[in-house]
Design a binder for this molecule. Structure first.
Ligand code: NIG
Ligand code: FE
Length: 411
């Protein structure tokens, strides 16, 4: 048995009852905190915590966290980190005034990444993604979802998902795989979008299911990409193979993505920059988690999703990085914490709930991740010395993660 004791913690944040699976509305700002705390983990599981007066004495490893804040490691429920090359050429085009849709319409965007991915070997893709994943882990993430979607042929989608499977085996973080064949229409199907959707349903999905390399199915349901009807076809087909939907919706327009996601029991609908009042009301009447991606709004100069309104309407908002080469090339969750506070007007505590327990819930993992409670996994961040929890999002861009603990071990 390995016992890890963290003591003298300035503030232990993100404490919830063991049976709490997500925090909605005003609960998001009221997870418990203890100032002057200890936490004990045994074989990777939190077995106790409390104020320093009650600190136990026996442990195999003791970490003195004096002056530091300890909080649950981030759960990044939406990323696209398997890709080849980078797209700073398009970055220049966007600075010069082109929109995301204009770049895409010119054959750039997702198709640009698909061309490069096709040329890259599986080993090269793995190396690049492994490096990116470690950067995300070092900045505080212990759980990552990774999507396919730069293959756009059966063979290349499977290549991406095999890379994700290898990341699952070789990283200390928990990794979940999502099939996103309908990210854009593959070049071989140019001008034949409906045929491509058939191809996704009839060729790609059965192959992905047969190899058992994805747990979720995603569609880029948005203006200029896939329609709600096409999305419905793909989700219906995914359901036959037991793949739960988590979809891209309402990034570019309020175009029915939220409603089709809800109709097919999506675990989450993600982006929501253009979500309107009806979308918020429909989400409030559903079990689907709204996941907002402030990095995409920041990098792509889009409106920020109305997360404040969602929380005020009682919703359990999650925040994820969307880390990808086109619209959000960063997986730094602490920076998103700042963005959520500054641009979306979430309190530091609300944003932390969105980055941790609600992110875990958006992957179906919150029974044992994403919060401090007895019985949950010891996936934790220890900050550098800081005056308070709020100092972390306040001091934006400062690297304040000192150590990351996954499954009770320093990584
Ligand atoms: O989530 N919006 C769709 N897909 C990605 C961007 C992909 C890309 O441009 O490479 C996103 O923002
Ligand atoms: Fe995305």
């Amino acid at each position: 048995m390995n016992r890890l004791l963290i003591k003298n913690i300035r503030t232990l944040a993100g404490i919830v009852p063991a049976d709490t699976l997500l925090l909605r509305g005003e609960q998001m700002g009221s997870a418990e905190q203890i100032d002057g705390a200890w936490l004990l983990a045994e074989d990777g599981v939190i077995v106790g915590f409390g104020p320093m007066e009650t600190c136990p004495e026996v442990a195999d490893e003791v970490v003195d966290a004096v002056g530091r804040v300890v909080f649950p490691a981030f759960c990044d429920s939406h990323s696209h980190i398997v890709y080849a090359g980078s797209r700073e050429g398009e970055f220049r085009d966007k600075i010069a005034g082109m929109t995301y849709q204009e770049v895409a319409a010119r054959g750039g965007g997702i198709l640009n990444s698909a061309d490069r991915l096709h040329e890259a070997s599986e080993e090269e893709l793995f190396e690049a993604a492994y490096h990116r994943a470690w950067r995300m882990i070092r900045t505080g993430a212990a759980t990552l979802e990774i999507k396919s979607g730069y293959g756009l042929t059966t063979e290349d989608e499977l290549k991406m998902l095999r890379v994700v499977a290898r990341l699952q085996r070789e990283l200390p973080a928990t990794v979940k795989a999502t099939f996103l064949g309908a990210h854009a229409v593959g070049r071989a199907f140019a001008g034949r979008q409906s045929d491509y959707v058939d191809h996704v349903c009839e060729q790609m999905l059965p192959a992905v299911a047969e190899q058992g390399v994805a747990e979720f199915v995603d569609v880029f349901c948005d203006s200029g990409f896939f329609t709600p009807e096409e999305t419905a076809r793909i989700l219906e087909c995914g359901a036959r193979y037991g793949l739960r939907p988590k979809i891209h919706a309402n990034e570019l327009a309020s175009s029915g993505g939220v409603q089709v996601g809800i109709r097919y029991g999506a675990l989450s609908v993600d982006h929501l920059e253009e979500a309107n009042e009806q979308d918020v009301a429909d989400l409030a009447a559903s079990a689907t988690i709204p996941t907002v991606l402030p990095g995409a709004s920041f990098f792509s100069n889009l409106p920020f999703a109305p997360a404040r309104k969602m929380i005020d309407a009682g919703l359990p908002v999650a925040i994820a990085s969307d880390c990808n080469p086109g619209s959000s090339p960063s997986g730094n969750m602490a920076f998103l914490w700042s963005l959520a506070c500054i641009k979306m007007r979430l309190t530091p505590e609300e944003a932390l709930s969105a980055l941790t327990i609600n992110g875990a819930a958006a992957l179906g993992l919150s029974a044992d991740r994403g919060a401090i409670s007895v019985g949950r996994r010891a996936d934790l961040v220890i900050s550098k010395p800081v005056p308070s929890l709020a100092y972390i999002p306040y001091s934006f861009g400062e690297e304040l993660v000192e150590s990351v603990i996954i499954n009770g071990k320093m990584v």
